[in-house]
Design a protein around this ligand. Structure first.
Ligand code: TYD
Ligand code: MG
Length: 460
């Protein structure tokens, strides 16, 4: 006879408890316990009936010495999307589970539907969010589908697995994990125990059959993937799709990758016909005006391993109201306050009575410390109303005592600036070790402290 069991589950770590409590005794978070109904009947026995085992699973495993394990059967599915391949570390590994998270409307469904359409293998695209007609409409805009792209609108994880058993696809896409339901859990779709149970089932299926599965995951308001942290531990790769919805650029980041580096990023532009890869981001992100204006400085940043030249714009103006405003878009506001304090203390430049606005062009967010130097340059340039030539760029971290500190991979940054025809590059004087500057056309200037920047820029 079916027995209904109620438990309280921690939404942070997934810990179960028969009683509610204010603080999770496992992870220490407060107010995270939610009531859920777990088992419907004798789950284990019923599960065996529902999921037909595909028979490819090993009976049991025995310990093997490492040198005896044969390598080389980690085949990857390499798609036509270069950016995605790079982010995944060279393609989709067989039997892997890849979780793609991102804000609503950022383009998660578009990215994976695009992959499904352009990959010439048999694909099962499961959607619990959109109808077949809606997917068809979107697909028509993106391109001509390959003949082996199957669409399934279904939310029952057991039914999806049964369909996959019959269809034998080479790749499965699930849009999204929060819409799936398992017949063995009574709580609502998207609840912690549902997400965990469905992800577990799919992971088991992927490992048994070797079919890679993409899972789309919603994120909560803090930007973390909704559902238990356990979900992120369970999957092999976690990708994060970011960007500002008001701009067209999107960045695909690797948060976790069991089969490659987490330093890679992919850059896309959202167009009327889907997401387009952006192979040379620097050329687009530099602003498109011809005349040189004060308050603008170009920074040679690194996103992952990719050098990217982006423009920082500052506007310093007299504060009309009592309290001066400080605002930053794409840059940490506290970091801006710190840079202003350093300028005030170390160079005697007063911003106390001014409004300061800072903007990173193109809706890009970056936390590369190398941005500091160009932010400082843009601030000084705006305050003094002297323009910095648009063939000059910067890379350096500013320390609390006003020293310019070295940044990583300076050579890559210089190469990129050189390639784009920049003429002057300001870096930290501590950053020159092992640099062969004769190889470049660009002139590299070194500075040690912020107060030298003003002279170096404007007093020649
Ligand atoms: P979508 O992939 O549905 O986002 P998500 O699954 O992450 O919620 O698409 C997001 C937006 O992209 C949508 O608001 C419309 C826009 N879009 C385009 O601009 N061009 C296109 O070709 C497509 C398919 C979508
Ligand atoms: Mg979607």
């Amino acid at each position: 006879m079916a027995k209904i069991k109620k438990v309280f589950v921690c939404s942070n770590c997934g810990e179960n408890s028969p009683k509610w409590s204010g603080k999770c005794h496992n992870c220490g978070e407060w107010n995270t316990f939610q009531e859920e109904i777990i088992a419907k009947g004798d789950a284990r026995e019923e599960k065996k009936k529902v999921y037909r085992s595909s028979g490819k699973a090993k009976e049991s495993t025995v310990p093997v010495v490492l040198p005896d394990i044969k390598a080389g059967n980690t085949q990857r599915i390499v798609g036509p999307d270069e950016e995605l391949n790079r982010v995944l570390g060279g393609g989709v590994v067989q039997g892997s589970i890849i979780l793609l998270g991102g804000q609503p409307g950022i383009g998660k469904s578009t990215l994976l539907l695009q992959l499904a359409i352009h990959l010439p293998i048999r694909i099962l695209y499961v959607s619990g969010e959109e109808s077949e007609e809606q997917i068809k409409m979107r697909a028509d805009r993106i391109g001509t589908p390959s003949s082996e792209c199957y669409i399934l609108t279904e939310t029952g994880v057991d039914k999806i697995i049964n369909h996959a058993d019959k269809l034998e696809p080479e790749l499965i896409v699930i849009d999204s994990i929060q819409t799936l339901v398992s017949p063995f859990i009574e709580s609502a779709p998207g609840s912690i125990s549902q997400v965990r149970e469905c992800a577990n089932e799919l992971q088991r299926y992927a490992k048994e059959t070797g079919i890679p599965i993409f899972l789309i995951g919603h994120i909560n308001k803090d930007g973390a993937i909704a559902g238990p942290k356990l979900l992120e531990h369970l999957v092999d790769v976690v990708l994060q799709f970011e960007g500002d919805r008001n701009y067209t650029y999107r960045i695909l980041r690797t948060v976790k990758n069991r089969f490659g580096s987490t330093n890679e990023i992919g850059i896309y532009e959202m167009q009327a016909a889907g997401l387009k890869e952006v192979p040379n981001p620097s050329e687009i992100l530099l602003s498109q005006h011809e005349e040189i204006l004060s308050g603008s400085a170009v920074s040679a940043t690194l996103e992952g391993l990719r050098p990217m030249l982006i423009e920082t714009q500052a506007l310093v103006s007299t504060a009309v109201y009592g309290t001066p405003q400080r605002s930053a878009t794409g840059f940490d506001l506290r970091r801006l306050s710190m840079l202003l304090a350093v300028l005030e203390k170390r160079c005697g430049i007063q911003f106390g009575a001014s409004d300061v606005f800072l903007n990173i062009a193109g809706g890009i967010k970056s936390d590369d410390p190398a941005l500091d130097l160009s932010v400082v340059a843009a601030l000084i340039s705006s305050l003094e109303d002297i323009a910095i030539p648009n063939t000059t760029c910067f890379a350096g971290e500013v320390g609390l005592s006003g020293e310019i500190r070295a940044v990583n991979r300076i050579e890559k940054r210089i190469q990129e600036a050189d390639r784009l025809g920049f003429e002057q590059f300001f870096i930290s004087k501590y950053n020159t070790k092992g640099l062969d500057l004769d190889r470049y056309n660009i002139q590299v200037n070194t500075i040690g402290k912020v107060d030298e920047l003003f002279e170096a820029l404007f007093e020649e």
